[in-house]
Design a protein around this ligand. Structure first.
Ligand SMILES: *Cc1c(COP(=O)(O)O)cnc(C)c1O
Length: 471
């Protein structure tokens, strides 16, 4: 399998080459040259597989530069009941007639990002060992991504993590999750500033090419193809659990921010998994909801990006969206460049509302969308608790609301549960007047010793710290 850039760069790459890379050299995103097709006989065969073996089968279609026995071992080591809390790994439960919750948040940091990041940690360690190389991951986080990356990379050979976060701005639980890690290769850097300062530092360091090369700086952000690929697997696993051996379609609703999670659903659907509808659920930051409703994609300014009670979906633009639009415009790279480089660059938006391809977003590609507000989240959390004795986190609540607006008779609707309620306790308290229960392994983590350095919002200070801590 070869990978191409959405912006038309002539080079083709193999999986392990793009594994450790971010953007393609022309600024585009990597995609496979074509989507492998899965027929009904294969689906029938895969139905009974344990999760790790299903992951191996799907990954094998996209990865041909890791020997199969090694890839199988990596999948088996990643997707264990020990790490993810159950043999099913992503158990499905029926909430009400035809509406299901797929649990993706029982990994080490209690959010769905563990599903991909845990695999990425093992793939990185494997590939770096094979090359005899090292990688220093530099990131910026306001919560879920940073902790998922640290728990995936802790103790891994050849990898160090330098994770910046805005000092004092994460929830006490999220801070404790990250700062209590005592692993030598994990470095928490609390920056005096806000999340944007952290992102600016990461950009400044990455733009210093000499420093970047000397200290082998890499990232694990959501545009990484391996992360997206890992997420394709749980669409298959959810489909199998929601159906009983017939080829009837299923719909999914996905709480969305950077469009990584739902883009994996798009890939699964392109492979032939019988998905009827993919519902993109957003909060007040409705860049994506607006596109699927109107055909206009309008990037927001910082001042128009709201801080909401589903903070992991607070985005001004959706970094994976370019992958879907590439397919939507028939993989026409020149057309794609016009939209994402010219139109977005010049006017911050593009408009497909009068273009015939826009109808295909809902038609051929099966996308719909829905939007929630803070009041909707509180109402959904209360209603789900009252009627089904089930607690959902604010992001999953955004999903449930959008899902109910798109139900079709006879088509199971699977809502992806993207985090556990304890991660966002303040909103649960606001809705229900009490704290959600906390898994045993997280009891008292706020009191553990913390490993973190404080630095000013200054890229030079961060560079000096990295240099000091790379032998
Ligand atoms: C990251 C995240 C999302 C958004 O996922 P995308 O892949 O960026 O669309 C939604 N919910 C939670 C809890 C998250 O951590």
């Amino acid at each position: 399998m070869n990978y191409l850039s959405t912006r038309g760069h002539p080079d083709r790459k193999r999986f392990c080459e793009i594994l450790l890379e971010g953007l393609a050299p022309d600024g585009g995103l990597y995609l496979p040259e074509q989507y492998p097709q899965v027929d009904t006989a294969t689906l029938a065969k895969w139905r009974a597989l344990p999760y790790a073996e299903l992951a191996f089968e799907i990954l094998s279609l996209y990865i041909d530069d890791i020997p199969p026995a090694d890839l199988k071992a990596i999948c088996a080591k990643t997707y264990t009941a020990d790490v993810f809390g159950s043999e099913e790994i992503v158990p499905l439960r029926e909430l009400e007639d035809g509406v299901y919750l797929e649990a993706l948040s029982n990994g080490p940091t209690l959010a769905f990002k563990d599903m991909a990041m845990q695999l990425l940690g093992n793939l990185f360690e494997y590939e770096l060992t094979r090359r005899g190389a090292e990688l220093n991951i530099l990131g910026a986080t306001s919560g879920d991504t940073g902790s998922a990356a640290e728990y995936a990379m802790r103790g891994k050979k050849g990898v160090r993590v330098f994770m910046t976060s805005p000092d004092g701005r994460m929830s006490p639980f999220q801070q404790a999750q990250m700062f209590s890690l005592q692993d030598e290769n994990i470095h928490n850097i609390a920056i005096t500033g806000v999340f944007d300062d952290c992102q600016d530092i990461v950009k400044a360091v990455s733009n210093d090419l000499a420093f970047k090369r000397k200290y082998r700086i890499g990232t694990v952000n959501s545009i990484n193809w391996a992360r997206l690929l890992a997420q394709v697997v749980y669409y298959f696993a959810g489909y199998f659990q929601a159906t009983a051996g017939n080829d009837k379609p299923v719909s999914f609703t996905v709480p969305s921010g950077n469009f990584g999670n739902v883009c994996a659903g798009h890939v699964a659907r392109m492979m032939g998994l019988p998905i009827q509808t993919l519902v993109v659920a957003t909060n007040e930051n409705d860049v994506l909801e607006e596109f699927f409703r109107t055909g206009v994609y309008r990037v927001r300014a910082s001042v128009d990006t709201h801080e909401t009670s589903s903070p992991s979906m607070d985005i001004s633009k959706a970094s994976n969206f370019e992958r879907f639009v590439f397919d939507l415009v028939g993989r026409d790279a020149a057309r794609l460049r016009k939209l994402f480089v010219e139109d977005l660059g010049l006017q911050g938006s593009f408009d497909l509302s009068t273009d015939p391809v826009f109808e295909q977003a809902a038609g051929r590609f099966g996308f719909k969308s829905g939007r929630s507000t803070h009041a909707d989240r509180l109402a959904t959390i209360r209603d789900t608790d009252k009627r089904f004795a089930t607690l959902v986190d604010p992001h999953t609540a955004d999903g449930l609301k959008a899902a109910r607006e798109q139900l079709a008779p006879g088509v199971p609707m699977v809502v992806l549960e993207t985090a556990l309620p304890i991660k966002f306790a303040a909103t649960l308290v606001e809705a229900l007047g009490e704290e959600p229960a906390r898994p045993k392994k997280f009891e008292g983590i706020e009191a553990l010793p913390k490993r973190v350095v404080k630095l000013p919002a200054d890229a030079e200070a961060v560079k000096a710290y990295i240099a000091e801590n790379c032998d």
